[in-house]
Design a protein around this ligand. Structure first.
Ligand SMILES: [Zn+2]
Length: 301
């Protein structure tokens, strides 16, 4: 039965696959492809769960047709009705158990994040000194701790402290600004928000904290690649060290801190994965998304 297969796939993709993928650290060497694979797995988990009820309907219709083709039609129809309700209720519960927390979590996290971002943007506009560095408009805060972060959105801002401007030589400053521009350009905030919503919408026992940690690291690694292209891996690594103790607000995405500096510096030194491996990662992503859609199509065929 396709509905059962879809329910099983949803659980495997939500609970098992993220734990395995988080351990495959080699994929960090191609952060873009790895992020696509992570998105594909999470999307396929949601699609599988949502498709459980729609996939159960054709099965029940077929059972009805077979029941009525038999000689004992009235009693067979009565038994079919009981089955129909039982299976449909279970399938609908599975579908709504996924959909409802997803919508609630999406609304709650999105609203909170955007409110925090608006408040923080207003704050840096009042407290920050507007300046331009390397073609980027900045807000500079009078604080000694070297910190750099961006506030994404329609009124996006790149925020640096006086401490960062003092501590970072020109090449390292360019790396930091390229990192922040990559976050803003790629709308990495939306990607992180998507995974945060998914993380909070799945039940506790199924939830995988290592998955969210891994996605955070991959997003930073992706922006570090942009910094490395702009200023080189050595300058980028030095800038990461300088900013290692800086704090990033909840509403922003930072260039340093967040406890992953060592892993990010190792990634800067690593060579990217060979093209065939990257191609296989994209293929894996496409196959994972195609799986629930194919099963749903087969159920209705
Ligand atoms: Zn960053």
């Amino acid at each position: 039965m396709y509905a059962l297969a879809l329910a099983l796939i949803a659980v495997v993709l939500a609970a098992v696959a993220p734990r395995i993928m988080a351990r495959l650290k080699v994929f960090r060497r191609s952060p873009r492809a790895a992020l696509v694979a992570w998105q594909a797995v999470s999307l396929a988990a949601v699609l599988s769960a949502l498709a459980v009820a729609p996939a159960a309907i054709p099965f029940l219709t077929r059972t009805h047709t077979i029941a009525c083709a038999s000689e004992e039609c009235p009693s067979a129809v009565a038994a079919w009705r009981t089955q129909w309700w039982a299976v449909l209720v279970v399938a609908a519960v599975v579908t709504f158990a996924v959909l409802l927390p997803l919508l609630v979590s999406g609304h709650r996290i999105g609203t909170r994040l955007r409110a925090a971002r608006t408040r923080h943007t207003e704050l840096v506009d009042v407290l920050g000194d507007p300046r331009e560095e390397d073609g980027t408009q900045l807000r500079v805060l009078a604080h000694a701790t070297p910190t750099a972060y961006c506030l994404p959105g329609r009124r996006s801002r790149v925020v640096l402290t006086e401490g960062a401007l003092t501590a970072l030589p020109t090449g390292e400053l360019s790396a930091v600004l390229a990192h922040e521009r990559a976050h803003l350009r790629g709308r990495h905030d939306l990607l992180l928000e998507y995974f945060t919503v998914l993380h909070h919408s799945v039940p506790g026992p199924v939830r995988s904290p290592e998955a969210l940690r891994e996605v955070r690291l991959l997003i930073e690694a992706l922006a570090d690649r942009a910094a490395s292209r702009a200023s080189g891996p050595v300058e980028t690594a030095r800038a990461l060290l300088t900013l290692a103790h800086g704090q990033t607000p909840v509403a922003g995405l930072g260039a340093g801190g967040q406890g992953a500096t060592a892993a990010r510096m190792r990634l800067l030194a690593d060579r990217p994965l060979p093209a065939p491996v990257v191609a296989l990662m994209y293929l894996y992503a496409a196959a994972v998304v195609a799986l629930p859609l194919t099963l749903l199509w087969l159920a209705w065929r």
